[in-house]
Write a protein that binds this ligand. Structure first.
Ligand code: NAP
Length: 285
């Protein structure tokens, strides 16, 4: 069975494909073709966000991919800066309008803090307001599953204590070189599926010689090893590429990393994101 047909079951019974296509840095004008290519190859899980500026193109790709809408899993994210209920309500509808879709399968709060204050101030109340808007849209059938992203345990606890729906997903930075094992275990304990974003460390891990040597032992590429690693952690993997050859090879991960090598990859500490270090998500906070 190809990884492309494998799914996890979210706590609400909705199935989420284990491998998805990340679309950060795919231009709006290129996004529809990338989504169509991915769907043609067999991808059924597409991840976008308001902040990526490509919801229009992603939606066009979803609508023109020649696959029934119900066979695709489409995610988007409420912008990190939105921390009040009424703006969140308006922007959820705005996403659906841009995507040109009646519903999305998953919508996440992109970050517990606005990006210019990442891991800074206390936005507990604002996150609850945004969460309430997501819960309402979920009840109204506009969003099949709701979740969070970049949430630490304390951020999740705030939602668990005062929300009415347990987040179905937490999408966080996970790759060989950055494995937040405690947070993953915490999410598992609450039946919250973890999605690994930047599973190839935004491309930086391609430069790591130890990882390259390990990949060679399995006769696979570094991206294949890294994607397989995040899948074997029990998480959804969301590699980004607009290149159909990369899409194909990223989905060709039908091998098993040994326990010893999983431990080596889990213990690896590699967080040099090069020119991308300026992005809050790679700030190491
Ligand atoms: N929730 C959040 O805050 C958050 C933050 C970051 C990312 N994300 C999500 O996670 C997705 C993935 O993260 P990411 O975009 O940061 O990085 P990534 O998937 O870890 O790495 C993408 C880089 O790897 C390259 N690549 C992919 N497959 C390859 C292959 N087979 N061979 C060689 N190079 C390959 C891509 O180049 P090519 O395009 O040339 O293939 C690109 O440069 C995003 O697109 C987004 O959907 C979410």
């Amino acid at each position: 069975m190809s990884i492309l047909t494998e799914t996890y079951s979210l706590s609400n019974g909705v199935n989420i494909p284990k491998l998805g296509l990340g679309t950060w840095f795919i231009d709006d004008a290129e996004a529809a073709a990338a989504v169509r290519a991915a769907v043609e190859i067999g991808y059924r899980n597409i991840d976008t966000a308001q902040a990526y500026g490509n919801e229009r193109g992603v939606g066009e790709g979803v609508r023109t991919a020649g696959v029934r809408r119900e066979d695709l899993f489409v995610s988007t994210k409420l912008a990190a800066e939105i921390k009040d209920h009424d703006t969140a309500v308006a922007e959820i509808d705005g996403s659906l309008a841009k995507l040109g879709l009646d519903y999305v399968d998953l919508m996440l709060i992109h970050s517990p803090q606005p990006w210019d204050d990442f891991r800074g101030g206390d936005y507990a109340e604002g996150n609850l307001e945004a969460w309430r808007a997501l819960e309402e849209a979920h009840r109204a059938g506009k969003i099949r599953s709701i979740g969070v992203s970049n949430f630490l345990q304390s951020d999740v606890e705030n939602i668990l204590a005062r929300g009415t729906v347990v987040p179905h997903v937490n999408q966080i930075l996970v790759h060989a070189g950055n494995t937040p094992s405690e947070l993953i275990a915490y999410c598992d304990s609450k039946d919250i599926v973890v999605e690994s974003y930047s599973p190839i460390a935004h491309g930086e891990i391609l430069k790591n010689r130890d990882v390259a040597a390990l990949a060679a032992n399995y006769d696979v590429s570094v991206p294949q090893l890294c994607i397989r690693y995040t899948l074997q952690l029990g998480t959804v993997s969301l590699p980004k590429t607009a290149n159909p050859d990369h899409m194909r090879s990223n989905a060709s991960v039908d091998f098993v990393i040994s326990d010893a090598d999983m431990k080596a990859l889990r213990d690896l500490d590699e967080r040099d994101y090069g020119d991308s270090s300026a992005f809050p998500v790679y700030s190491g906070k």
